[in-house]
Design a protein around this ligand. Structure first.
Ligand code: UD1
Ligand code: MG
Length: 452
């Protein structure tokens, strides 16, 4: 298979009006990645080296967005939405370069399993000219029906063009097709628009190919693979299916999820064996977790690297650039951003560490804040190895706490503390013996005078 060349044509010229969105439908994310990028990833995983993305509405937006996830994709604009065959032909220049296999996919069908694409390509390799990916459903309404005769696929009939008898067929067109490259253009060029919708239907190439004596076959796949998204309810349904698949994969690879249905992964979350994830944890994009970590309940983690045996949460927020080295601890109600927490360091309670380094073994007391921002620029706080920062301290960046340095509780530190130094950044305490009692009596008699 690997020696066969393959182009994937991904159709995304639909307007997606039912999303009720200013954002193009296929750019709505599933697991943090635009749905069309999921399609592209599947195409690539199935060995499709080249990609053609057919867009219509919002071409500029799409061009900008695809820079992030589909640098290799060539964009084609379908000016008028005249049907799926017309859309595929918008990519004529790419198709005519000559490929063994052409895969046609929809940009709004993000759960396609690469295995299904591989299976379709295999059928091309075995000599089929057209492979249609079909699925069975008890509710076929709205889908094109696969018309078979003597075990052979002879046509696809769109719902609007079906007879009452044909409407009863439950084997439907999932929309995905694999076409032998050497036949693709001549088949597509013969498609007309003499049908109920007056559109150029891609599905018509089945009958055209059959008429030429070419081999046309159906490949069956599970419904999830061809689940198309038209509105936000379907978007959530697809997200749910994606998450269920991913949770299972994580558990089977050695990750403990105590309540899997409450843990949400991103498309790129990497998580090592023997990590335990407690209930209600959210992983945004860019998270890598090594082995044996504990992620306690209600933590929100994105753009973070967590080394082995770290302890995070409960209720921790790790923002992009958080880098926790082995056995580091970030405890409850702590926020970390763009900071390295070195080996064995502890940031345990109600603390904000941003734009900083916390040296190995350092201990950050409850309520410590790195004051990293003056309203215009961000500044760095460097906390040395083994330093101890007393509770409720503000470290006003740029500032350095030296190795083994001590900061007294409640300090506002504006000047750097040398290695092994001790800094008090607060007013000295005054204690007046007996003064408390005197004050209480004075206030009590004042109140009595007012009443009387
Ligand atoms: C299509 C199939 C139908 C199948 C169903 C599966 C055809 C004629 N029909 O119907 O057999 O059961 O998908 O979901 O292919 N698009 C363009 N330009 C166009 C028209 C469509 O880019 O001019 C894109 C859409 O954005 C969408 C895809 O092609 O991603 C499918 O179009 P859609 O209108 O949803 O086709 P269906 O009527 O659902
Ligand atoms: Mg559709």
């Amino acid at each position: 298979m690997s020696q066969r060349t393959c182009l994937s044509v991904i159709l995304a010229a639909g307007e997606g009006t039912r999303m009720k969105s200013a954002v193009a439908k296929v750019l709505h994310p599933i697991a943090g990645l635009p749905m069309v990028a999921h399609v592209i990833k599947a195409a690539e995983a199935a060995g499709s080296g080249d990609l053609a993305l057919v867009i219509g509405h919002g071409a500029d937006e799409m061009r900008k967005a695809t820079q992030k996830f589909a640098l290799k994709a060539e964009l084609f604009v379908q000016d008028k939405r005249l049907g799926t065959a017309h859309a595929v032909l918008a990519a004529r220049d790419a198709i005519s370069k000559g490929y063994d296999d052409i895969l046609v996919m929809f940009g709004d069908t993000p759960l396609i399993d690469p295995e299904v694409l591989v299976a379709a390509r295999l059928k091309l390799a075995e000599g089929a000219a057209v492979v249609v990916v079909g699925f069975r459903t008890s509710n076929p309404s709205g889908y094109g029906r696969l018309i078979e005769k003597g075990g052979k696929l002879i046509a696809i009939r769109e719902e609007k063009d079906c007879t009452d008898e044909e409407k009863k067929i439950t084997f439907c067109n999932g929309g995905l097709m694999a076409i032998a490259g050497k036949h693709a253009l001549q088949l597509l060029d013969q498609v007309g628009n003499n049908n109920a919708k007056g559109e150029y239907y891609l599905t018509d190439i089945v009958e055209i190919a059959g008429g030429q004596g070419l081999d046309v076959v159906a490949a069956e796949a599970g419904f999830e693979n061809v689940l198309g998204i038209n509105n936000r309810a379907e978007l959530a349904e697809a997200e749910g299916i994606w998450q269920t698949r991913r949770r299972r994969e994580a558990m089977l690879s050695g990750v403990t999820l105590i309540a899997p249905e409450t843990v949400f992964f991103s498309y790129d979350t990497e998580i090592g064996a023997d990590t335990i994830v407690e209930p209600n944890v959210w992983f945004g994009p860019g998270v890598t977790i090594a082995t044996g970590a504990k992620i306690h309940a209600f933590s929100h983690i994105e753009g973070a690297t967590i080394a082995s045996n770290c302890d995070v949460g409960p209720y921790a927020r790790l923002r992009p650039g958080s880098d926790l080295r082995q056995k580091a601890k970030v405890g409850n109600f702590c926020e970390v951003k763009q900071a390295v927490i070195e080996e064995g360091a502890k940031v345990n309670h109600l603390t904000y560490i941003g734009d900083a380094r916390v040296g190995a073994g350092a201990n950050i007391g409850a309520g410590t804040i790195t004051c990293n921002y003056d309203g215009y620029s961000k500044f760095f706080t460097d906390i040395g190895e083994g330093a101890f920062v007393g509770s409720n301290s503000s470290l006003v960046a740029p500032v350095t706490i030296g190795k083994g340095g001590y900061v007294a509780s409640g300090s506002v530190i504006t000047e750097s503390v040398p290695d092994d130094g001790l800094a008090f950044g607060r007013a000295r305490q005054r204690t007046l013996p007996g003064k408390g009692k005197e004050l209480r009596e004075r206030f009590a008699s004042a109140a009595a005078r007012k009443k009387g």
